[in-house]
Design a binder for this molecule. Structure first.
Ligand SMILES: Cc1cc2nc3c(=O)[nH]c(=O)nc-3n(C[C@H](O)[C@H](O)[C@H](O)COP(=O)(O)OP(=O)(O)OC[C@H]3O[C@@H](n4cnc5c(N)ncnc54)[C@H](O)[C@@H]3O)c2cc1C
Length: 443
């Protein structure tokens, strides 16, 4: 999914609105200090919006167009806020004509510094994606605490306007919004809106575990391709796509691959009857037919097959013909292969192609088009899988005339970096390090 422009426009508007009030402020001719004050306010606004996105409220998805993309904006707003804070700190925001500070204002100054250094460390930790997720998650929770310190700094510091003035009220409203959003995220999962389910079946399929869940109350309503946050036996919620189309029995199915500590443990420990809390549904990765004469190509890599299982089940006779290319390392690793083969046999408009990378090599746009025989001019591509593969495919299909608009995807990673690894690779390539050092650095 791509970001909804509405979310970007609203965020941009929220950041620039304070500029309206700046010219009328008594800044004693110190425009640099005034700019620095604005940077401080913009940082608070950016962080408040970032906190709001992390609540996963429905309205967030409506505005930003998919939670996966909301989280990408959440990350960039955090980085932008850090830049604003650094500018606010480097350029002196003190306005001498306002007079000396009392103890409360001095305390506010200290809180500002605490917030600056705390956030700086946390942003660096966040963009260094090599830190394991479960450790990073705990450090990330502190972010809200430093935001609260920043908001207190703003409320009590000496500034050229009062908290009750329109500008003061505007920024205070964002401070309040950010603090409320942060407090909401601190609530245990069972106190946030969620539905109770129970494990009815857990069956290994390829390298994944197919978990069927039965509702213990009202069932979740969702569309094929959407995902949920599932909390197994009160553990931290993790995002998983619902790997089946909606059905009358209200059951859900999650197909979970072993990707880290939690998912490894789940494969070993999950039992029938275990309680599961489900938050959602989220995401806008939905199949949209572009009309007669158009061709659809779905490309799944590994456990990225999950949304396409739901799409394939929901495919009707009236739908356009679809080619599904399922890329796996080896045939035994292919989750739900028998089910997909049965679906392809049942549905004349669904053609399944298995791409086994150990024997067929890496899948790229040319090999996929050769396999499916489709015309790139009439093609809409939907992809779910790892980011490097997605980037290579977007570029490959782009060269064959499939524009980025006709290439649809979902971020399968909520915590995404800022390309530091790529940058390091580029720099090290230029510096021409000896081979033995490159090997040690894993470049
Ligand atoms: C929208 C979406 C849909 C997904 N659908 C599926 C699916 O259908 N099947 C499947 O097997 N996997 C799916 N994933 C990936 C799955 O969420 C991770 O593999 C799983 O959370 C890994 O957890 P771990 O602790 O075992 O691994 P770790 O090694 O701790 O984490 C591996 C990566 O998973 C992500 N992750 C870990 N914990 C969380 C968490 N609590 N919240 C958010 N992200 C987390 C992080 O990006 C992390 O870098 C999906 C992810 C997203 C974002």
């Amino acid at each position: 999914m791509r970001l909804n422009p509405l979310g970007l426009v609203l965020t941009f508007a929220a950041l620039v609105v304070p500029i309206i009030w700046l010219p009328a402020l008594n800044h004693g001719g110190d425009t640099l200090a005034l700019f620095s004050q604005y940077m401080g306010m913009a940082a608070l606004i950016a962080m408040a919006i970032s906190q709001l996105i992390a609540t996963r409220f429905k309205v967030v998805e409506m505005i930003f167009g998919g939670l996966d993309q909301g989280y990408v904006l959440h990350k960039w707003l955090g980085i932008l806020a850090m830049v604003f804070i650094l500018l606010h700190d480097t350029i002196d925001a003190d306005m001498r004509h306002l007079g000396g500070q009392n103890w409360l204002e001095e305390l506010a100054e200290t809180l500002g510094e605490l917030s600056l250094y705390g956030l700086l460390i946390l942003v660096v930790i966040t963009i260094a994606t090599f830190i394991p997720y479960h450790l990073w998650r705990w450090t990330h929770r502190l972010m809200g605490g430093f935001f609260v310190a920043g908001a207190a700094h703003y409320l009590f510091i000496l500034k050229p306007f009062k908290n009750g003035d329109p500008l003061g009220l505007y920024v205070s409203a964002f401070c309040l919004l950010g603090c409320l959003a942060f407090s909401y995220r601190l609530l245990p999962a069972r106190l946030r809106p969620s539905r109770r389910y129970e494990v009815a079946e857990a069956t290994p399929t390829g390298n994944a575990l197919a978990i069927t869940l039965t509702p213990k109350g009202r069932a979740l309503r969702y569309r094929p391709g959407q995902f949920v946050f599932a909390s197994f036996a009160s553990a931290e919620p993790h995002p998983f796509t619902i790997s089946k189309a909606p059905s009358d029995d209200g059951q859900l199915r999650l197909s979970v691959a072993k990707l880290g500590d939690f998912t490894h443990r789940l494969h070993g420990n999950l039992r029938v009857g275990d309680a599961v809390r489900i938050e959602g549904p989220f995401g806008h990765f939905e199949r949209r037919s572009r009309g007669k004469g158009q061709q659809e190509l779905w490309i799944a890599a590994g456990v990225g097959i999950t949304p396409f299982l739901a799409w394939a089940q929901a495919l009707t006779d009236q739908d356009d013909p679809v080619h599904l290319v399922y890329c796996v390392k080896s045939k035994p690793a292919a989750a739900h292969l028998a089910e997909l083969e049965a679906l392809a046999a049942q549905k004349p408009n669904l053609t399944l192609h298995l791409h086994v990378s150990s024997s067929d090599g890496r899948a790229d746009a040319d090999s996929i088009l050769a396999k499916t025989g489709q015309d790139p001019a009439k093609l809409t591509v939907a992809f779910c899988g790892p980011k490097p593969m997605r980037k290579a495919l977007i570029s490959g299909f782009g060269k064959r005339g499939v524009s980025a608009r006709r290439f649809k995807f979902e971020e399968f990673e909520i915590r995404t970096g800022i390309g530091l690894q790529r940058l390091a690779n580029l720099l090290f390539e230029r510096v021409a390090l000896p081979e033995r050092i490159k090997t040690r650095l894993d470049l």
